[in-house]
Design a protein around this ligand. Structure first.
Ligand SMILES: Cc1ncc(C[n+]2csc(CCOP(=O)(O)OP(=O)(O)O)c2C)c(N)n1
Ligand SMILES: [Mg+2]
Length: 371
């Protein structure tokens, strides 16, 4: 078996180098002001702070689990800020940066990982679907939604585009490949945004694909490209172009955002058991936040006072997140049965009754099975 295809160096679309130098790409010109770049810097720093606070809260026993986005901030903020209000995003479970861009409060994410809420948020209010744990299934949900958009006639410059987020591991799932095919033959207005963080828990990228992931799009009949996933400007420019193509009737695109999961898969995982430290050090040098800071500093577009004010804001966000998390009321145990079906369901009613009986068997428990 030849290794040629797997080892071919793919083209990486980049607008901001790790050293903080701005470059140009003929296909992705980006008209952006210094103020907008400062706003992106703020987003990146604040979502990283929410993430690190959440990891600490989990370590303190305040959250059941947390799924860190460390290292993937640029992929998420760049693509998230490319979305229009009317667009619809279908995330997996790591998209806290995209959630931030869609106006989801960090406490809404935390309440789910604390087990304090049984649902999440209203997907329609935010244009951001619920987190999806079943790997790859949201690619199908997004494609179906996009086909609905077509049938509603919401196509054109003011139309709705749909984006689906998933990881490198998800590209091995049948659902993802079926979504690619349905989207292609129906010319659906959907963008497939793969955050290739190079690991699927402990499985490395080379176990997922013999060819660079973005090249798979060609086999399904739509364009694919690899963007530097640690470059917020490139992610913004490439996603904006793909969304515009989708909304104006030019069909799907696969964006492979080449990045790196700097933390553990989740707080339940220990990556030191399966990967080299050298790999992490290499990617620390490509940090998505550092390069924006370097650019702003080198070009005199932000001073010390600006960076200090963002740090201060991050401290406040951290404090708010901690307080909100600790003060979340515990849900009533029986509430879990309310959110399963819109209509009454005989099986759920039976399970609810059995659980209520069980709870009331404890001494001093109320009729509702209080705690
Ligand atoms: C259908 C399905 N199979 C297996 C799992 C268990 N699982 C959870 S996360 C994960 C790895 C996913 O890796 P990737 O798609 O690269 O996303 P990442 O976590 O790296 O962002 C697996 C196999 C699952 N949640 N759903
Ligand atoms: Mg992955």
């Amino acid at each position: 078996m030849s290794d040629t295809a797997a080892h071919e160096e793919p083209e990486l679309i980049q607008l901001l180098t790790p050293e903080g130098e701005l470059t140009e790409h003929p296909d992705y010109p980006l008209d952006i002001s210094a103020e907008e770049i400062r706003a992106l810097y703020r987003d990146l720093v604040l979502v990283r702070r929410v993430d690190s606070e959440a990891i600490t809260l989990q370590r303190q026993g305040e959250l059941g689990l947390w799924v860190s986005l460390l290292g993937q901030e640029a992929a998420q903020i760049g693509s998230g800020r490319a979305l229009h209000d009317r667009d619809m995003a279908f995330p997996s479970y790591r998209e806290h940066g995209v959630a931030w861009c869609r106006g989801i409060q960090p406490k809404e994410l935390l309440s789910m990982f604390r087990g304090a809420s049984n649902g999440g948020w209203d997907p329609h209010e935010h244009g951001f679907h619920l987190y999806t744990i079943v790997i790859g299934s949201q690619a199908l949900h997004a494609t179906g939604y996009a086909m609905g958009v077509q049938r509603d006639g919401a196509v054109g410059e003011d139309g709705t585009a749909v984006i689906s987020y998933f990881g490198d591991g998800a590209t091995s799932q049948g659902d993802t490949n079926e979504a690619f095919n349905f989207a292609s033959v129906n010319n659906a207005p959907v963008v497939f945004f793969c955050q290739n963080n190079q690991w699927a828990i402990s499985e490395p990228l080379e176990r997922q694909s013999r060819v660079p992931i973005y090249k798979r799009a060609a086999g399904f009949g739509f364009p694919g490209m690899r963007v530097d996933g640690n470059d917020v400007l490139a992610c913004l420019a490439v996603t904006r172009a793909a969304l515009d193509n989708a909304r104006t009737g030019n069909g799907p695109t696969l964006i492979e955002a080449f990045t790196y999961r700097m933390g553990a898969h989740t707080t339940n995982d220990d990556p030191t058991r399966y990967r080299d430290k050298g790999e992490l050090d290499e990617w620390k040098a490509k940090d998505p936040i550092l390069r924006v800071r370097r650019y702003l500093e080198a070009n005199g577009l932000a001073d010390e006072a600006f960076f200090a004010s963002i740090e201060e804001e991050a401290d406040k966000v951290g404090e708010t997140v901690r307080t909100q998390c600790r003060n979340m009321p515990d849900p009533e145990p029986l509430d879990i049965f309310h959110e399963v079906y819109a209509e009454p369901n005989v099986h759920i009613d039976q399970q609810r009754a059995e659980f209520a009986d069980y709870l009331s068997s404890f001494e001093g428990a109320g009729a509702e099975g209080g705690r």
